[in-house]
Design a protein around this ligand. Structure first.
Ligand code: DOR
Length: 441
């Protein structure tokens, strides 16, 4: 029998997977899982005892805005990815509404080069779909470091926008991978814009009402059917959309955000004003309850944070001049752990929503599960630990969170990316070695 010497053995942890939790040791060699089981007699250069901790497959956040290039006063790839690993996130998929937007080969190559060995976690980028680049998308969506196409059907931060059926249909006909959509009906948003009262953020979900999201998603599903194409609907916010999406599971996948699962109108706006402003909006409790129901029923595939930071000064402008979006990559896992402690979801479900399904939907290679051969990406959590979210803990450049002051049960205490511990007990423990994710396409 050959005895292999491992780089690292992690022992004593409870390993969480989609089928349940088991106590096992994990051996890592050359950045990958090499063995799982009882490894008491195995040899390794290093050992890490994680008794008392729960070990999750590395959490993947499939929707973040890290603002580089062009908007680095809000965030950049380094600061955003620091926030990610501080919150237990090992890989992020980043959005194209930067300046310039990520819509061509040069912009993609530039972003990948900026991320490499500068981001603290692994990464992929969405390429923005536009009227102009539809014919190039089949080539662009296959470039290294690209997780897929992102289309804004309603306008939000930046100027990426494809509001019309012809434009969306054209993109869907060209591409081969699952594309992700911001689904709000631009025509209805324009019509209702006068309903946004200056200085009154309570009118945000009145302006960008349920119907704007519902009618857009109805159109989108029809267009996807016509093109026979898979779609991923980002940050779904309404009960009615969930019913439609449930009836079309064969072609749609669904994301919800921790913000929409946690906050509700009008309280969120009353408590934190424009800091609760995002697109699509935080809506009343009936919708939040419907999102949880959809999550229980398996209609929700992934939790994405929609980490969308803006500076305090920008957010403090009078509504509706205040920009929409909140940071969230660092609080994604803490919030979901807290919901788990409240009994709202199981650990198995959490793992499915934060790693396994990201792998499946996007055909991500070598990540998403603790299995031999995969990258050794792990998130270590202490399910018993209570912590209060503070501004000091926030690593995002904007320095604020809509959730400061909230006490959370269950806390990420360690983040491992390809076998290297990059965060331990709230401290950065390794230089940035982020690499582009690979995909089976
Ligand atoms: O609230 C939002 N902010 N929603 C989006 O879709 C974009 C984002 C941003 O980039 O600020």
């Amino acid at each position: 029998m050959t005895t292999e010497k491992y780089d690292l053995i992690i022992s004593g942890g409870m390993i969480a997977g989609p089928q349940g939790t088991q106590e096992a040791d994990i051996a890592i060699k050359d950045e990958r899982f090499a063995a799982i089981g009882n490894l008491a007699d195995a040899e390794a250069d290093e050992r890490l005892d994680v008794s008392g901790l729960t070990v999750l497959p590395g959490v993947i956040d499939t929707q973040v805005h890290f603002r580089e290039p062009g908007l680095e006063h809000k965030e950049d790839l380094q600061s955003g990815s620091l926030a990610a690993v501080m919150g237990g996130v090992t890989a992020v998929f980043e959005m194209p509404n930067t300046k310039p937007p990520t819509t061509n080969k040069e912009a993609i190559e530039d972003k990948v080069a900026r991320g490499r060995n500068r981001m603290h976690c692994d990464f992929a980028f969405y390429v923005g779909g536009t009227h102009e680049n539809a014919a190039q998308l089949p080539e662009l969506e296959r470039m290294e470091g690209i997780c897929g196409v992102k289309v804004f059907m309603g306008s939000s931060t930046g100027n990426l926008l494809v509001p019309d059926d012809d434009g969306v249909g054209d993109i869907l006909k060209h591409i081969n991978r699952r594309a992700a959509f911001h689904s709000e009906d631009e025509y209805r948003l324009r019509e209702r814009r006068p309903l946004a009262e200056t200085g009154n953020v309570l009118t945000h979900p009145v302006w960008r009402d349920e119907e704007a999201a519902i009618s857009s998603t109805r159109r989108l599903i029809k267009l996807a059917r016509e093109a026979n194409q898979h779609i991923h609907v980002l940050h779904v916010t309404t009960e009615e959309e969930m019913q439609m999406l449930a009836a079309n599971r064969d072609i749609v996948s669904v994301e919800v955000t921790p913000q929409h699962l946690t906050l509700a109108a009008p309280e969120a706006y009353e408590e934190i004003g424009t800091f609760a402003q995002m697109n699509p909006p935080i809506r009343e409790a009936r919708h939040r309850a419907a999102l949880w129901k959809a999550l229980e029923q398996g209609i929700v595939d992934v939790i994405g944070s929609d980490h969308a930071p803006h500076t305090r000064e920008e957010k403090a402008e009078a509504y509706p001049h205040s920009p929409a979006g909140m940071p969230g990559v660092q609080t994604l896992l803490p919030l979901m752990l807290d919901h788990m402690a409240e009994g709202k979801l199981s650990l198995e479900k959490l793992v499915t929503l934060t790693s396994l399904n990201a792998q499946k939907l996007f055909s991500l290679k070598e990540k998403g599960a603790i299995q031999i051969g995969n990258h050794a990406d792990l998130t270590f959590v202490d399910l018993k630990r209570s912590e209060t979210i503070t501004e000091e803990w926030v690593a995002a450049r904007c320095g604020w969170s809509p959730f400061t002051g909230r006490t959370i049960r269950g806390w990420p205490v360690g983040t491992m990316v390809r076998g290297t511990c990059v965060m331990w007990q709230g401290e950065l423990t390794a230089p940035a070695t982020g690499q582009p994710c690979l995909f089976d396409i």
